[in-house]
Every structure is written in C-alpha cells, then in structure tokens.
Design a protein around this ligand. Sequence first.
Ligand SMILES: [Zn+2]
Ligand SMILES: [Zn+2]
Length: 113
Amino acid sequence: MTAAGTRPPADVPPGLLPALEFPDLGALLAERARGAECLWGGEPLSTATALDLGEHPSPHGTTLFLRGCRACTLRAVLAAYRHHPGTCEQCTDDPTLCELQRGLRRLALELRR
Ligand SMILES: [Zn+2]
Ligand SMILES: [Zn+2]
C-alpha cells in the first residue's frame, strides 16, 4: 500500500555501486554503518526516504548496511556520471553504448523527479 503522493524511492542498481564514491568505510559512525543515517550527509533515514546502497564489508571485518538520502545519492551519482567517462574505454569510443554511463544517467533522472 502506497499513500497518495508518496513514491517509493528509486533503487540503486548494484552494478552502479562501484562507480559511486563512498566515504572511508573504516571510519563510519555506527548509525551510518547500519543504514539508519545517510552514508554521506548523516541525515536520519526512514524506509520511505532511503535508497538502499547494499551490503559492504568494512575494513574491520563487519558487514555494513549502507543507505543514502535522495539528495546525497543524486550528488554521488552525478559526480560518478562526470568522472566515469575519463576512466572508461567504451565511453571514449561511444558513451551511448556504455551500460554504466547509461545506468548513471537513468538513475540521476529518476532521483531528480
Ligand atoms: Zn544525505
Ligand atoms: Zn563507460
């Protein structure tokens, strides 16, 4: 059941996660390490506002459950979108054929709405 006027947040496809720049995962506060707060900005998150960023191993051998707020995730996606083509042979060739670049673009548009 979704109340009128609220939309579930977009999903971050797992294939795009490696392109996003995460803060130092070894130095995360407990709230951010378990996804209660935004990974980047520390905003308190609810299931309605959070984007799932998946499970990640921490340098300390624990598992992190990372989530981000919409604004910070959009910022990270746009940064990756600008940065990625310089590191990708496919993008040098033809960025419209790069799955990663297309995925980042699609997600940025989704998050902007
Ligand atoms: Zn945030
Ligand atoms: Zn590319």
